[in-house]
Design a protein around this ligand. Sequence first.
Ligand code: ITT
Length: 200
Amino acid sequence: MGRYSLKLTVMKKIVFATHNKNKLAEIRNILKNYDVVGLRDIGCETDIVEDGDTLQDNAKIKADFVTNNYHLNCFADDTGLEVEALDGAPGVYSARYAGEGCSYHDNVVKMLAAMKGKTNRKARFRTVIALNLDGKQYFFEGIVNGKITEEEHGDGGFGYDPIFQPDGFEETFAEMSMEVKNKISHRGRAVQKLCEFLNI
Ligand code: ITT
């Protein structure tokens, strides 16, 4: 009888401090060597108040909440859509651009109205990730430049994806597969830096 050796690979667990299922799915698709768990998976139902003035502040608030209350390694991201003709708005207020409790579509409708007739449609998504690892804190940034389209295209993705067309592409993020979006997106780029740091 031949000899068999059993090689067990134990995936390292890391918390991604989010309640957003779309974001969790995107990150799991990138950080394939990690067991990435969300807030709900660690029994955290708290809606962490993101009242920082910057994306970095908010990412830090979310990551610190988990590390301080659950004593786990954790990372959190905060993302903003920054539109040149709107002086960088909605930026850190991207989630509630159309008001507290608004839907993704409310935000899209408000953005298209704010951009009506504007010729400068340059915009960028920016993500900042805060990582708390073994008692130290690190930050990573990812940016994708593009433009706000005149109308909605595609039904994939989430948030502002149907009206954001990245530079060098004819499609909006909502018309791309998750794989393609992850390769070039703000969050994808920030996570690639996180991966390089984690050495995977
Ligand atoms: P958590 O705080 O629970 O992580 P969130 O939905 O608040 O989830 P963010 O603060 O990171 O997410 O992002 C703020 C908003 O920016 C989000 O509600 C979306 O409207 C938009 N957004 C973020 N990432 C996006 C993406 O990849 N594509 C399109 N819109 C995005």
